[in-house]
Design a protein around this ligand. Structure first.
Ligand code: ZN
Length: 311
């Protein structure tokens, strides 16, 4: 079976051609702004991997909440120009000029990555897997009894928007208060670092990033240099992840949680180990065998998972 998976993220469109479970080619381009431009970029990426007629199915994992009933992207704050509901599946079906023999599916990008980690990566062999993706924001995906759980509104597994603080907590990008993402998302951590810097606590984070985006590599460098603000923000992030993941693990009696995304990728396995410690001290069942492990498929996880979903 030949499948194409596309990871449509805020910064790049990454594609993989998967043949009988093996990645045989991949392609990458920058994500443009605007709905028409993004649709064209996906068509271009599929073309570089051989085109729609050459495969049995195409899966797209997009950075946003997907309405499974309609294939609309309901909420996609990290895709420029995607305001409100966008009928992405309909637009792509038309633009890709799909032959009747090629299927097309659309899902959330982190859902796709978690499916890939469940089938082929760090969550292999487990019936239930919670994936927590720490990047610009905090995304999540939930596999229960081997099946991706979507929920009627498409929001199952969105651990970034569970509460870790009461009403005096930090504001979250979604408009609510005290969510995990407000403490552990790179974008929220950047805002907090800049606020502290401007209020008189200088930090290497701002010195290294300047006016540009504070990338995960900047956090890694500032931590290595022993920067107090960077260390404090990461402590908060680890504690917030500990609270949220322990709550989810207690609710579902989970055995494994896979942590992926840009920040753990740059900070390394030690960061994931710290999260595991923070989770363990908060678990209700002391007998729990829960382990918190790093994702193993790297950058291509989203594309591979999208291909798996297309099968
Ligand atoms: Zn939120």
């Amino acid at each position: 079976m030949r499948l194409i998976g596309i990871d449509l993220g805020g910064t790049k469109v990454q594609g993989a051609l998967v043949e009988d479970g093996e990645v045989v080619a991949d392609a990458k381009l920058a994500t443009p702004k605007g709905v028409d431009q993004v649709v064209a970029a996906v068509v271009e990426c599929v073309g570089r991997l051989g085109g729609a007629p050459s495969v049995d199915g195409i899966g797209i994992g997009a950075a946003g909440v997907v309405d499974a009933a309609t294939g609309d992207l309901v909420r996609a704050p990290n895709l420029g120009g995607f305001d409100g509901r966008v009928p992405l599946l309909t637009l792509l079906t038309k633009a890709l000029e799909l032959p009747a023999s090629t299927s097309l599916v659309l899902d959330n990008d982190v859902n796709a990555a978690v499916v890939a980690e469940h089938r082929l990566g760090a969550g292999r062999g487990f019936g239930d897997v919670l994936g927590v993706w720490v990047g610009t924001g905090v995304g999540g995906g939930l596999v229960l009894d081997g099946q991706l759980r979507r929920g009627p509104a498409g929001g199952a597994g969105e651990i970034g928007h569970v509460g870790v603080a009461l009403d005096d907590g930090r504001p979250c990008g979604c408009g609510l208060i005290g969510h995990l993402e407000a403490y552990a998302g790179r974008s929220a951590m950047e805002a907090e670092a800049r606020r502290r810097h401007a209020a008189g606590t200088p930090t290497r984070l701002v010195e290294l990033a300047g006016t540009k985006r504070m990338k995960s590599s900047v956090f890694a460098k500032a931590v290595d240099a022993g920067d107090m603000v960077a260390l404090a923000l990461l402590d908060d992030a680890v504690r917030a992840l500990g609270v949220a993941v322990a709550s989810a693990a207690t609710l579902l009696d989970l055995e494994v949680v896979v942590v992926g995304g840009g920040l753990p990728g740059k900070l390394g396995p030690r960061f994931v180990g710290r999260i595991e410690q923070a989770v363990r001290t908060r678990l209700f069942l002391r007998s729990s065998t829960l382990s918190v492990v790093p994702a193993t498929l790297g950058d291509l996880a989203g594309a591979i998972g999208a291909a798996v979903l297309a099968a």
